[in-house]
Design a protein around this ligand. Structure first.
Ligand code: GLU
Length: 448
């Protein structure tokens, strides 16, 4: 056995809304990393904020991850781990790494404004640390419950080798001691997350670069707890094509993708490669994404999410999709030949039903000219089902019997048989429509 610990990654959403592209991407990175290393991918529900967390979102997160093909190997909930946080907190209290503070939000705001007004960074002045026991007792006697801050060690510079950003270093004196616990005893994100990462043996944390300064502070929490820190990687943010992720699918929840009938692998294939030096390709197999996952290919520049790229990728996946995979989502009666006939014309699987309706009919026919009508009457008589390829046979025979070729030959036939000016290859579609229906459509188009 090697000494390297087994890879454990986690995806840690707060259940305050549906998953959106940004956090799906983070989930995917952690999933791919764990799978690639033969490790464990955990779902950690960050639900310490009882007011904003909702059970319906917890369920939606589970079902969205399952739908995306990223079912976790285990699930933890912060709301059920309060004892761990109490124990960690007690330890840090004993070692003097947490301290009570009594400022109100207004007081803190004022302090920040004053510092900013003097052109200084709005770093907390640690006034609470200077309070005497007596002063603290007075506050508490006056009914002011403290909130708690983690005391950063100003003498230990913070540095780590970031999997995406390279060497990172922070001067702890340039950071405010983070508030870790509210006056009502509830927890803020920072400490529970670090304590969980320790307790769950998390080896790798991949998350958005909005967490970089949290990481700096959490590294000191790992140290204060006497635990090894995980490897951190902070990915560049996802932005929309025009700068922000504000429009259409890019800003919506995973439910919007599901309702829009986007293939989960189209989302995965796009999000796995966005912001990397690898090309975005229509990859239908998660294992291919697992094998190709490599933080070294990640760029520090913001990654651009484009709805249209997703739509294109989706269409490419549908065009290559086997019948067996699509079958359950196809209309009743639609067989493999029909799927193969219409597949190249779909950008989503659900569009198959439009073509299936055309195949099964009834269809609306346009009004044909007198010349076209007699041509279509001839077509109805000529139609034969003797060969493998009735379309080839029909058009070949009509070409010989009439002066028609190209569009004049093909378009009236297509219009009569499908009611549409364009669509799937008729060579494949005609056998799906079937002889009887094809003949009667031609006859009806001919005015008969
Ligand atoms: N709940 C945090 C978030 O959604 C988790 C961050 C993390 O530690 O990965 O931002």
């Amino acid at each position: 056995m090697s000494d390297t610990p087994r890879t454990v990654t986690r995806f840690a959403p707060s259940p305050t809304g549906r998953l959106h592209v940004g956090n799906i991407r983070t989930a995917l990175h952690n999933f791919l990393k764990a799978r690639q290393q033969g490790g464990t991918f955990l779902l950690r529900i960050d639900d310490t904020d009882a007011e904003r967390s909702k059970e319906e979102y917890v369920e939606a997160i589970r079902s969205d991850l399952a739908w995306l093909g990223m079912g976790p190997d285990g699930e933890e909930r912060q709301s059920q781990r309060l004892e761990t946080y109490e124990a960690g907190f007690a330890k840090l209290k004993t070692s003097g790494r947490v301290y009570p503070a009594y400022e109100t939000a207004q007081e803190l705001d004022l302090k920040r404004k004053i510092l900013l007004g003097r052109g200084k960074p709005p770093i907390y002045d640690r006034a609470a640390l200077a309070l005497t026991d007596e002063q603290r007792a007075e506050k508490e006697a006056a009914g002011i419950a403290p909130h708690w801050r983690f005391k950063l060690d100003h003498d230990t510079p913070i540095s780590w080798e970031d999997g995406v950003r390279g060497p990172q270093s922070f001067d702890p004196a340039q950071l405010s001691d983070p508030v870790i616990r509210r006056a009502d005893g509830s927890w803020l994100y920072m400490l529970p997350s670090a304590l969980d990462d320790i307790a769950m043996g998390v080896t790798d944390v991949i998350r958005g670069e909005d967490h970089v300064s949290n990481t700096a502070m959490q590294i000191q929490m790992f140290e204060a707890m006497g635990a090894a820190q995980p490897a951190f990687a902070h990915t560049a943010l996802l932005v929309g094509k025009e700068g922000k992720l504000s429009k259409r699918l890019g800003s919506l929840g995973c439910d919007a993708f599901r309702e829009a009938d986007i293939e989960p692998m189209a989302i995965n294939a796009l999000l796995a490669r966005l912001g990397t030096s690898r090309p975005v390709e229509p990859i239908a197999d998660m294992n291919t994404l697992v094998e190709g996952f490599d933080l070294a290919t990640f760029s520090r520049a913001p990654a651009k999410f484009d709805d249209e790229e997703l739509t294109r990728l989706n269409a490419a996946l549908v065009h290559a999709m086997d019948y067996a995979e699509a079958a359950q989502r196809l209309p009743e009666g639609m067989d493999e030949a029909a799927w193969h006939a219409v597949r190249p014309n779909l950008s989503k699987v659900s569009e198959a039903q439009d073509w299936w309706r055309i195949v099964t009919g009834p269809i609306e026919l346009p009004q044909f000219s007198v010349e076209d009508q007699s041509f279509l009457a001839l077509a109805a008589d000529t139609l034969s089902w003797d060969s493998e390829d009735p379309w080839h046979e029909l058009t070949g025979a009509l070409k010989e019997q009439t002066e028609r070729k190209g569009k004049a030959l093909f378009l009236p036939l297509r219009l009569a048989l499908t009611g549409q000016g364009s669509g799937p290859d008729m060579r494949e579609l005609l056998p799906v429509i079937g002889e009887e229906k094809a003949r009667s459509r031609l006859q009806r188009a001919a005015g008969g």
